[in-house]
Design a protein around this ligand. Structure first.
Ligand code: ADP
Ligand code: MG
Length: 228
């Protein structure tokens, strides 16, 4: 019943990776309780749908592929009435499907890498979310998710980007998604980071604990948004 949309007008910022990682981890956490998660792919490239169709996809994940601006509202409403979490992966642009998904979201996650282009487009996307909120006279909870960060260092540029967001009252999710081979590998091999073959991929444990912390931060933010 929580709708989480992944929006960022720049392509390649990490929307699909963030969406697939959250979907996998939520499915893993929910597997014993019978809770289901829906993944709606509205991007014409259908990259998250591609992942969900691969072998090893969690059995409690329901995929709605090829969602368009004509169907996305119906898709979100149907999925919300049937599953606990609805994740909507969006195209890297500001089209009508994006604004509709934002308008229905309980949380919009805006992935952003430590680069000027990503930060500019993330700020634009936050502006769009705020405008949609004004149109609907409701606050649409949103946050920046820093992606492809370094495990070792925080660059000066990343510090500057973070400070700019904080100065404009934009929430930054506590966990970032670190640049790890495992997050890329999941998109190729399918399944979740926990199920990757350690003989083929390095850093699985670290990626798995990163995915867990990220999903827990998202759940916490949803709770806070619900209570306040
Ligand atoms: N945390 C990460 N670690 C490693 N690679 C990543 C990570 N996030 C994104 N990538 C890689 O960056 C590229 C763009 O990411 P993607 O999630 O497809 O962006 P978007 O959906 O916003 O276009 C992909 O090749 C993906 O594998
Ligand atoms: Mg994508």
């Amino acid at each position: 019943m929580a709708v989480i949309a992944f929006a960022q007008s720049k392509g390649g910022a990490g929307k699909t990776t963030a969406c697939v990682t959250l979907a996998g981890e939520l499915c893993r956490q929910a597997s014993e309780s019978g809770i289901q998660i829906t993944l709606i792919d509205t991007d014409p490239n259908q990259h998250s749908a591609g992942w969900a169709k691969k072998k090893g996809c969690p059995s409690n994940l329901i995929l709605i592929e090829k969602s368009t601006e004509d169907t996305v509202l119906d898709d979100i409403e149907t999925a919300s009435s049937q599953t606990q979490f609805v994740l909507v992966d969006l195209e890297g642009t500001a089209n009508f499907a994006v604004t509709q998904a934002i308008s229905r979201a309980d949380l919009v996650i805006v992935p952003c890498q430590g680069s000027e282009d990503d930060a500019t487009e993330a700020a634009r996307t936050i502006g769009l979310i705020r405008k949609q909120g004004r149109l609907l006279a409701r606050k649409i909870p949103c946050c920046i998710l820093l992606t492809r960060t370094s495990a070792a260092i925080q660059t000066r540029l990343l510090k500057l980007i973070k400070q700019d967001f904080l100065d404009s009252g934009v929430h930054i999710l506590n966990s970032s998604l670190i640049d790890r081979e495992a997050f890329r590998a999941v998109r190729s091999y399918g399944g979740t980071v926990n199920n990757l073959d350690p003989a083929l991929v390095s850093g699985i444990d670290k990626a798995a604990s990163n995915a867990k912390a990220y999903a827990n931060d998202v759940k916490r933010m949803l709770l806070e948004a619900n209570n306040g």
